[in-house]
Design a binder for this molecule. Structure first.
Ligand code: FAD
Length: 284
């Protein structure tokens, strides 16, 4: 559990970060809270000869709540999300989900940027951000670009971010309607066996729109457009929920591991999605 030797850098600005990334290429990696990367380095699953700590880089630790969107800096921690009452009023699903991540010690250090950039299918924020239709801003030598969360994840630990780009912020369209983040885990502090994010907007007595994403049930988070579509125009009754679950099961591709066999994971995914839909609908 001792990492290989590495050079440690703590640049004061983004230009410094980008120049170290350019100089060392694949041998350099940024670190935010370090609560995914350092364990990987200690287990020798990540070899990082040049480690660039982002903590002194300004401009990435704020949350700004606008009239139609919310911008969260990459270095905002999971604890900051939980602690921010204005943010919880504007987008309560963020606090609900953050409270289900790990434990307080991890949440004091783990950042939103690190959680979404990591590419670990077990991370909770990627699916949440897909459900909310978020956009990730990254900056590199060629400037800044925005990548929709729904297009960001390519495979486990593989994302649309280039190695020499840094994720600086997450922008979320102002959420509307009812919401729920439901997570099944083996014990407190564990990653999900299955988790579901749901956002439902009501129009009269029926569902006007629904957005659903699942966590840890494929090698990427899964935005299930078909599951959301199965609810639209219905009164979110039992038949509609069963149709949404069937659609979601067609989109996920779980594998057997120490959280259980495939059949069990699919069963849990269905139970969790039903709970998320029912709670989101009750709040819509
Ligand atoms: P780091 O560890 O610093 O970085 C993670 C990866 O992202 C690295 O590859 C790094 O290079 C990259 N990265 C970080 N920031 C940026 C950036 N701004 N731009 C580009 N790349 C970047 N997470 C969950 O979601 N759910 C859980 O249930 C959960 N349980 C946990 C339990 C334990 C015991 C531990 C130790 C961690 C757990 N985590 C869980 C992970 C935790 O939330 C991490 O802190 C988080 O996933 C990564 O955030 P970080 O800031 O620590 O990133």
């Amino acid at each position: 559990m001792i990492p290989a030797a590495f050079e440690y850098y703590r640049p004061k600005d983004m230009a410094g970060v980008l120049s170290i990334l350019e100089e060392h290429g694949d041998d350099a990696r940024v670190m935010a809270g370090g609560h995914s990367l350092i364990p990987m380095m200690k287990l020798r699953m990540a070899d990082v000869p040049h480690l660039i700590d982002l903590q002194d880089v300004g401009g990435m630790s704020d949350v700004s709540i606008g009239s139609d969107s919310i911008r969260i800096g990459a270095l905002v921690t999971q604890h900051d999300i939980i602690d921010n009452d204005a943010l919880a009023a504007a987008a309560p699903i963020l606090r609900e989900a953050a409270l289900q991540i790990a434990d307080p010690q991890v949440r004091y250090m783990g950042t939103v940027g690190g959680n979404v950039a990591n590419g670990d299918p077990g991370n909770d924020m990627p699916g949440l951000m897909q459900c909310l239709g978020a956009t990730f801003t990254v900056v590199g030598a060629d400037g800044e670009r925005d990548i929709p969360a729904r297009d960001f994840y390519e495979a486990a630990y593989m994302t649309a971010r280039e190695d020499d780009e840094v994720l600086t912020a997450v922008t979320i369209p102002m959420p509307h309607g009812g919401y729920a983040y439901e997570k099944q885990k083996r014990k407190i502090g564990d990653y999900a066996t299955a988790a579901a994010a749901a956002q439902i907007v009501k129009g009269g007595t029926t569902c006007a729109s629904a957005s659903i994403a699942m966590t840890n049930l494929s090698d990427t988070p899964v935005f299930s457009e078909a599951a959301g579509a199965a609810l639209v125009g219905t009164s979110v009754d039992d038949a509609a929920i069963k149709a949404a679950i069937a659609a979601m099961l067609g989109d996920i591709d779980p594998t057997e591991d120490n959280r259980g066999p495939v059949a069990f994971k699919k069963h849990v995914a269905g139970v969790i999605l039903r709970r998320a839909i029912e709670r989101a609908w009750s709040r819509a």
